[in-house]
Design a protein around this ligand. Structure first.
Ligand code: NI
Length: 256
């Protein structure tokens, strides 16, 4: 089985004690590719450094809505430069987070929009974080119709929004939340969406799938999300993993 974990944070301090061992164990566990997602400007060079030394990792560069108030116009140059480095492919994670509101909402919107514009200018995919901000998120995405590519990470909106995102050129990624006992709404959405636009991810160390909720997540746990999605789609996990693996390369615009 080959799995692409399309969203991970292995640079999180929760992995400081065993990061190298854990990364070394991934290929044998079927985790063939990992997208390391960047969260703030200080993370850009750290992600690029990790990706440069782990050949099956890809990386993103970008400023998360939580850090939007540190975003400056020069940050765009830093992102642009990072994307010239090997296997640094996407702009992310970017978006809006009205759950925590760590940065003022107007600042989050400006930061998101500037990075969306950069992704279109550079023709690079985006990794989008949208938490409790679906209306504003879609309003910011629509003007870029025809020029967008990338992923709606940890998808939590409605079926209608998922369809519109696909129509805008994006892929829909499901994480550990799909295994939660109360995720009925997400099960319905995942079962209806077209297979060729779905992805899976861990968002580790967060979003740990059942039955490990409350413990640190890591890319090996993605199998639990894969199994849940297989059940919803009525497909064999091996067959599904191969489809999702191929989708991941298309979503990020990279060759296998
Ligand atoms: Ni994330």
């Amino acid at each position: 089985m080959r799995i692409f974990d399309t969203h991970a944070h292995l640079l999180d301090e929760q992995f400081d004690a065993d990061r190298e061992e854990l990364i070394a164990s991934l290929p044998d566990a079927g985790i063939a590719r990992v997208m390391e997602a960047c969260c703030d400007e200080a993370g850009i060079d750290r992600v690029a450094g990790l990706v440069a030394r782990v050949p099956f990792f890809y990386g993103s560069a970008g400023v998360h809505p939580h850090s939007a108030d540190e975003f400056r116009p020069e940050t765009l140059d830093h992102i642009k430069e990072a994307l010239t480095r090997e296997r640094m492919v996407a702009i992310g994670e970017i978006g809006l987070d009205y759950h925590y509101d760590f940065s003022p909402r107007d600042v989050q919107r400006d930061c998101f929009d500037a990075q969306l514009a950069l992704s279109c200018e550079l023709r690079r995919p985006v990794i989008i974080h949208d938490r409790e901000a679906h209306g504003d998120c879609m309003d910011l995405l629509r003007p870029y119709r025809g020029r967008l590519s990338g992923v709606m990470h940890c998808f939590s909106a409605s079926y209608e929004i998922a369809k519109e995102c696909i129509d805008l050129g994006l892929y829909i990624a499901f994480g550990g939340a799909l295994t939660f006992k109360n995720a009925v709404h997400q099960w319905e959405i995942a079962s209806k969406l077209p297979l060729d636009r779905l992805l899976i991810e861990t968002d580790c160390p967060y979003m740990t799938p059942v039955p490990f909720r409350g413990t640190r997540n890591d890319p090996r746990r993605i199998v639990l999300t894969l199994n849940k999605l297989s059940e919803l789609k009525g497909l064999d996990p091996r067959e599904l993993s191969e489809i999702l693996y191929r989708n991941s390369f298309k979503a990020f615009g990279i060759g296998e």
